[in-house]
Design a protein around this ligand. Structure first.
Ligand code: BES
Ligand code: MN
Ligand code: ZN
Length: 504
C-alpha cells in the first residue's frame, strides 16, 4: 500500500473518496462538504441528498454511493458519530475499519480528507502518524503458508490523504514516521506468527542480524560458550531440554545526536521461541499459540529498528535471551537451583515459569550499561490476562512518576497499559527456600505481580518498568486486525524513546 498526501483528490476509475462527517450540527446539507463543490451539479446535489438521509441512519457505518454521472466513481460516506467523543482510539479504529472495508469490497484505492477529522486536541501530525501506522497494521495478514484465492489476495494500491498543506514538510515527516512504525509492527507480527518449528532461537538471532543490516543497528549474538563465561545460568538452564541452542541477542542503537550526558535505556524482551512448559508440561489447549512466546523479544527488535530508521536522538540497548522450553532427558528440573549472572540463585519450582528465569540474566546484564531505565517486555503470565483482559498491557513500575509517564506513553502510542502492583510488600511471595529467589509465588493469587517482583530483584537499584504483554499477545475481534500476533509493545517502546527526556 502506497500512502501519500495530496492537495486535491486525484480521482481515477474505481477509486473511492471517503467523505467523513461528525453527526453534529456543523455539516448539514445546507453547508456541504467542500468536495461536493468540485463536482458536476448533478452529482453534488445527488450526494447531498443521500447525505441528508444518512444523518438519520445509524452511526459509524459506511455507505457507498456511486456518482450518477459516472458509476465507476464512488463516494463512501462515513458517519463518525459525536465530535466530542472522538479520541485517539476511535481515530485508529476508523482507519483500520476503512482499510478492511476497502479490501473486503476489493476497492484498490481510496482517498480521505484530513480536515474531516479535525476534532478536539488531536494535531494533524498526530492524525497522520496514527493514520499511516494503523492503515498498514490493518492491511497486514499472515498468509505466507496459504494458497492465494483465484482472484488473488485483495490489495490496496494507494491510500491518498487530502490536505491543503500537502506540501508541508512537517506533515510529510509525521506520515513517514507512522509508515515506519506500521511497517515494523507488521514485521514484528510476522516473526511472532511464525510456527515454532520455523522460528527457533537461531532463526530469531538471524532475524536480528538482518534488522541490524537494514536499520543500521549494531547486533551481537552470544553463543552458549560466551553465556557460560558470563555465568548466565538462567538462560542455560531453561534451554537445556531443547536440541536448539540458546542465543543471547544484543542490539545497540546510538544516535550521534544522543545527549552525551544521558545514560542509555535498556529494553529486555522475552525470546522463548516455543513454550511447552518443560517438564511441568502445559496441559491440552494451553500450549496453543506458545510459538508467540518470543513476542516480547520481537517487539524489542522491531522497536529498535523503527527508532533507528526514525533517527531518534537516543541511545538504546536491546537484549533478547532466546531459548526453546522443552521437556526431554536433559531438561532442567523442578527443584533445580540455577545461578544467574548477578550471583543470585533461582530455585525452580515450576519449569513453566521460564520467562522470568531467562530474563533474570538479561536484566542482570542490563545493569552493566549503567542505564537510565531498564524495561522488560514479556508474554510472562496467564495471570495478567485474567487480571486485565485482552485490551491493555499490564504495567509494573518502580515509582509513581514512572507509572504516570508510562500511562501517557501508552495512551499516545496506541499500546495501552494499565498498572498493577510491584511493591516490596510482595517480596515474600518469591523468597526461595533453598535458593535466593523462587520462580513461582507462594499464593495462588496475584500471579502477574509475582512474576514482576521476581524480575525486580535482578535490576539492582535501577529504575525499572515491566510490561506483561501476555494480555495483548494476539489480536481480538473488533480491532480490525488479522488473526494472530498483534505486535504489542513496538509502538509503546518507540513512543517511550521519543520521551527519554521526560523519564524521571
Ligand atoms: N508464556 C507463558 C505465559 C502465557 C500464558 C503467555 C498465556 C500468553 C498466554 C509463561 O511462560 C507461563 O507459562 N507462565 C505460567 C507461570 C506459572 C507457572 C507461575 C502461567 O502463567 O501459567
Ligand atoms: Mn511457561
Ligand atoms: Zn512462557
Amino acid at each position: 500500500m502506497k500512502i501519500f498526501l495530496s492537495a486535491k483528490p486525484t480521482l481515477q476509475k474505481n477509486k473511492a473518496v471517503v467523505v467523513c462527517f461528525f453527526n453534529d450540527k456543523e455539516r448539514t446539507a445546507a453547508s456541504p462538504h467542500s468536495f461536493f463543490k468540485t463536482l458536476p451539479a448533478k452529482d453534488a446535489s445527488y450526494l447531498a441528498d443521500v447525505m441528508k438521509h444518512d444523518f438519520t441512519t445509524s452511526q459509524e457505518k459506511f455507505r457507498e454511493v456511486h456518482f450518477p454521472s459516472n458509476p465507476d466513481h464512488l463516494v463512501v460516506f462515513a458517519n463518525l458519530g459525536k465530535k466530542d467523543s472522538w479520541d485517539e482510539k476511535k481515530w485508529a479504529l476508523f482507519v483500520r475499519k476503512a482499510v478492511v472495508y476497502m479490501k473486503d469490497r476489493r476497492i484498490p484505492s481510496f482517498s480521505v480528507f484530513l480536515g474531516d477529522f479535525a476534532a478536539r486536541a488531536l494535531s494533524p501530525e498526530y492524525l497522520l502518524k496514527t493514520l499511516g501506522e494503523n492503515a498498514l497494521m490493518a492491511d497486514s495478514t499472515f498468509s505466507k503458508f496459504k494458497e492465494a484465492p483465484k482472484e488473488g489476495w485483495p490489495v490496496i494500491k494507494d491510500f491518498e490523504i487530502i490536505s491543503p498543506d500537502a506540501k508541508s514538510a512537517k506533515l510529510a515527516e509525521a506520515l513517514k514516521s507512522g509508515i515506519t512504525i506500521g511497517e515494523e509492527v507488521n514485521a514484528c507480527r510476522e516473526l511472532s506468527n511464525m510456527p515454532g518449528s520455523d522460528m527457533t532461537p537461531r532463526v530469531l538471532a538471524n532475524a536480528a542480524r538482518r534488522i541490524g543490516k537494514r536499520a543500521k543497528i549494531k547486533v551481537t549474538v552470544l553463543e552458549e560458550n560466551a553465556m557460560k563465561k558470563l555465568g548466565m545460568g538462567g538462560v542455560l538452564g531453561v534451554s537445556k531440554g531443547s536440541d536448539e541452542k540458546p542465543q543471547f541477542i544484543i542490539l545497540e542503537y546510538k544516535s550521534p545526536k544522543a545527549n552525551k550526558k544521558t545514560k542509555p535505556l535498556v529494553f529486555a524482551g522475552k525470546g522463548v521461541t516455543f513454550d511447552t512448559g518443560g517438564l511441568n508440561i502445559k496441559p491440552g489447549e494451553h500450549m496453543y499459540e506458545m510459538h508467540m512466546d518470543m513476542a516480547g523479544g520481537a517487539a524489542v527488535m522491531h522497536a529498535l529498528a523503527a527508532i533507528a530508521r526514525m533517527k531518534l536522538p537516543v541511545h538504546i540497548i536491546g537484549l533478547v535471551p532466546a531459548v526453546e522450553n522443552m521437556p526431554s532427558g536433559s531438561s532442567y528440573h523442578p527443584g533445580d537451583i540455577l545461578k544467574t549472572i548477578t550471583g543470585k540463585t533461582i530455585e525452580v519450582l515450576n519449569t513453566d515459569a521460564e520467562g522470568r528465569v531467562i530474563l533474570a540474566d538479561a536484566l542482570g546484564y542490563a545493569q552493566r550499561f549503567n542505564p537510565k531505565l531498564i524495561l522488560s517486555v514479556a508474554t510472562l503470565t496467564g495471570a495478567a490476562v485474567v487480571a486485565v483482559g485482552q485490551k491493555v498491557i499490564a504495567l509494573f513500575s518502580t515509582s509513581e512518576k514512572l507509572e504516570f509517564l508510562m500511562r501517557e506513553v501508552g495512551k499516545v502510542s496506541g499500546d495501552a497499559v494499565w498498572p498493577l502492583p510491584m511493591g516490596d510488600e510482595y517480596l515474600d511471595e518469591v523468597k526461595g527456600t533453598f535458593g535466593d529467589v523462587a520462580n513461582v509465588g507462594k499464593s495462588k493469587y496475584g500471579g502477574a505481580t509475582a512474576g514482576a517482583i521476581f524480575l525486580k530483584q535482578f535490576v539492582g537499584n535501577f529504575p525499572f518498568v515491566h510490561l506483561d504483554i501476555a494480555p495483548t499477545m494476539t489480536t481480538i475481534e473488533g480491532q480490525y486486525l488479522a488473526k494472530g500476533a498483534s505486535g504489542s509493545g513496538v509502538r509503546f517502546l518507540v513512543e517511550l524513546a521519543k520521551n527519554v527526556n521526560k523519564i524521571p
